[in-house]
Design a protein around this ligand. Structure first.
Ligand SMILES: [Cu+2]
Length: 341
């Protein structure tokens, strides 16, 4: 990422930086020619003292189409409190005050001019789009507190891609909330486009003990959650929590073919995405029309993996969607599609 504002020296991204922890004790081992650091203690919390009591209001993402095949996107990295379970707040590290971050939708072939405005007063952040070919140390380099960074790359493969902060220690940044989804719409659409009546976006993520890198590394998630992101103006747009998609179901009508764009942003766990009471008639793994599968009961989403899934709801009623790893469903990863006559 090219920096604007005061440059603080080039940030080289390396394997040791990706895995290394700021202010923590790290063991260094040689793996081949690459030094790999493994985190062995919780990050020094004093580094984050400026976050105490800080709750930055969400800043809307700036998205502007500036040409037939060119968009400008400006996002913030910021510290915002998120309610992850009823009454349980989490001081999240976020993009634009949402966790997962705002949904981005571009077209295959678009040139993306991306700017990250880091308004976190204490910690560098960055952006890694899985939808791009780019030298990571150039495009995805750190942006220092109170600075902006920018890069331009084409989105030249269709799909439902994860984006995330790539600043070391990456696990801490992702698990604290710095993840989201960018949909790159296929140039020629999906072969089932004209069968689809209704579309939703769902994201799965995990929460750990707040800002506890040791728990993120060695523990198990406290919550595994779904969120939905607004595809169109007026659609429900939520953070990853245990309750909203149970209290405010998504709504479809009997006989409709429903499409869900889904991504599992992790950071650590696999999702076994399943909709109870139906069969996934058409599935496009990672959202690429070339990866067309038929008749799946469950779609496997690796950490960072996406899919487009389509199914018909034949009767009125409540259709829960879950990760079929039921320990995770029990920790929150259940939502509901209410099917009405
Ligand atoms: Cu970050």
């Amino acid at each position: 990422m090219m920096r604007k504002g005061t440059a603080l020296g080039a940030t080289m991204l390396s394997v040791s930086l990706i895995l290394g922890a700021c202010g923590s004790t790290a063991a260094v081992t040689d793996v081949g020619k690459v030094k790999v650091e493994s985190v062995s203690s919780t990050a020094d919390v004093k580094v984050y003292a400026p976050h105490e009591g800080l709750n930055q209001p969400p800043v809307p993402v700036e998205f502007e189409r500036v040409g037939e095949h060119e968009v400008n996107i400006k996002m913030t990295s910021q510290i915002t409190d998120i309610e992850i379970a009823k009454g349980k707040m989490y001081k999240a590290w976020t993009f634009n005050g949402e966790a997962p971050g705002p949904l981005l939708v571009v077209n295959e072939g678009d040139l993306v001019n991306f700017t990250l405005d880091n308004i976190d007063p204490a910690v560098p952040h960055s952006m890694d789009f899985h939808s791009m070919h780019v030298a990571p140390n150039v495009g995805f380099a750190d942006v220092m507190p109170n600075e902006e960074g920018t890069f331009t790359y084409p989105a030249n493969r269709p799909g439902v891609f994860m984006y995330h902060c790539a600043t070391a220690p990456v696990l801490e940044h992702i698990a604290n909330g710095m993840h989201g989804v960018i949909i790159v719409k296929p140039k020629n659409g999906y072969p089932t486009d004209n069968e689809v009546d209704r579309e939703f976006v769902i994201v799965q993520n995990e929460w750990y003990k707040e800002n506890d890198l040791d728990d993120m590394t060695n523990g198990v998630p406290s919550q595994v959650v779904f969120s939905t992101k607004a595809l169109n103006e007026g659609d429900l747009n939520t953070n990853g929590d245990t309750f909203t998609l149970k209290d405010q179901p998504l709504v479809a009508k009997v006989g409709e073919k429903v499409r869900i764009y889904i991504n599992n942003v992790g950071p650590n766990e696999v999702s076994s995405f399943h909709v109870i009471g139906t069969i996934l008639d058409d599935v496009y793994i990672d959202g690429n029309p070339a990866n067309h599968m038929k008749g799946l009961q469950t779609v496997m989403l690796p950490a960072s993996g996406g899919a487009v899934v389509e199914f018909i709801v034949t009767e009125a009623g409540d259709y829960p969607f879950v990760t079929h790893q039921f320990n995770h469903a029990t920790k929150g990863a259940v939502g509901v599609i209410k099917v009405i006559p």
